[in-house]
Design a protein around this ligand. Structure first.
Ligand SMILES: [Zn+2]
Length: 122
């Protein structure tokens, strides 16, 4: 009679329940954990940054001043303020440049977490 399941290296249970920390088990467990990691910017996917954060950062007296500083139309500022808009990394970088700061000053570590693969505009 078989009393115990034989676990192979590379199975998550081998890492979790038998405490095996070999390279194969560790890699399998790391991969498994990734699935349960919360998204960097909930609601925006992994490659977008919230436009609202940018508006908060500029923190000007009115939306017209913000629009001028960012070089965009006033209607876009209002859209960013009222809707849950996410900026692609390329756009985020562009707007940060226009107000003379590095994007990480606005979005913090989220800027470094997202991949730089999407070059389309928001
Ligand atoms: Zn192992």
């Amino acid at each position: 009679m078989k009393t115990k399941t034989q676990r192979q290296c590379g199975e998550v249970s081998k890492y979790r329940f038998e405490g095996c920390r070999c390279a194969v088990c560790t890699a399998a467990y790391t991969e498994y954990r990734k699935k349960y990691r919360p998204p960097v910017n909930p609601g925006f996917g992994v490659d977008k940054l919230p436009a609202k954060t940018l508006l908060d950062f500029v923190d000007a007296i009115d939306d017209k001043t913000i629009a001028d500083a960012l070089g965009i139309h006033l209607s876009r500022v209002r859209k960013w303020r009222t809707q849950n808009i996410g900026l692609h990394k390329f756009s985020a970088d562009k707007y940060a440049n226009r107000i003379g700061v590095h994007p990480s000053a606005i979005w913090g570590n989220d800027w470094y977490r997202i991949p730089f693969r999407d070059l389309e505009k928001d």
